[in-house]
Design a protein around this ligand. Sequence first.
Ligand SMILES: C[S@@+](CC[C@H](N)C(=O)[O-])C[C@H]1O[C@@H](n2cnc3c(N)ncnc32)[C@H](O)[C@@H]1O
Length: 351
Amino acid sequence: MDHSPDTQIAINRDTVVEVHDGEAIIVNMSTFDYIELDRVGTAMWNALLDGGTLNAALDTLLARFDTDRATLETDLSEFIGQLAAVGLIDAEPIAPRNDATPLAPRSAIDLYLDLLIRTVGGFTIRDDARNRRGVFPYHVGNRVQGRDMPGEAMSMIGLIRLNNVRALAERALTDGVAGDFVETGVWRGGTTILMRGILAAHQITDRSVWVVDSFEGLPAPDVEQFPLDAMWPAEQGYLKVSLDDVRANFDSLQLLDDQVVFLKGWFSETLPTAPIEQIALLRLDGDLYESTMDTLNNLYAKVSPGGYVIIDDYNLESCRVAVDEFREKRAIASPLQVIDWAGVWWQVPTA
Ligand SMILES: C[S@@+](CC[C@H](N)C(=O)[O-])C[C@H]1O[C@@H](n2cnc3c(N)ncnc32)[C@H](O)[C@@H]1O
């Protein structure tokens, strides 16, 4: 698509930008579409947003890069088309945004929940990542997408899936879907802390958040019964977080009270008799075939009509096969909605 030199650019109200080391990831928080930019792309993005028009961006970029105006104009026009296509900007004749433009007014609930998400997600501390080979500098793209192993963050799932939890939890509240919020597989607790924060922000006192985990890491894979779990190592030190540590994480954000219920033990032992009555939002993050199947077998029937089921690990074969088998067995026709490279969700039918 061609854009005239005077095309005015404004950032979409649902767009969130994270920049680190000169590279940006730009996410549309209502659709979870995103674009990752290298340094040149990030410079183009900044020039467009700062200048507010294609023409102003051209001037900025020509002063910086060794290229000719016509080539750059074609590139920028194409770039604007890509950004607009995923709803990251409005390329319309509307007021340009610059640094002097005040932030759009946002409600206290929005501000609180955004801050909570950024806190549990490790964005406020620019959390470095770890794996067995060492410590890696914070990489915003990986953290936004939850592709890393954060060193300090209370949740590993990243900005996109954290926002998905918020979106579906608030939808359930708005629509009056009965029941509690549950996560099976909580690690350091960050996602369940967000769930509790959502209830607090909306002053909901008659729903609980169930924090379900062994608090000892993954179970040893039962390869005979569940061959797909052979991909999981028997010992996962990184995934082992004690109940005391998770409780302390809740407490650090002043979100620990009677509306938080901890269910400690292996899913196969705790879930069959769990005193959970009704569920509005069920989030599965147990990685293994066995853990996923145990959760679905024991809790799916408790999800209210209109409630939501979120699967964190649909990218992993062990989890995906369990979900597919369960949906087939129960003839669940509700379409799977894609959140990002890993997560999916579906809504339990209302009738
Ligand atoms: C990937 S982590 C969860 C990440 C977390 N949802 C977050 O927001 O960061 C997986 C968790 O599932 C737990 N888990 C997996 N299978 C389990 C099972 N069968 N019984 C109990 N806990 C299990 C592990 O202890 C671990 O804490």
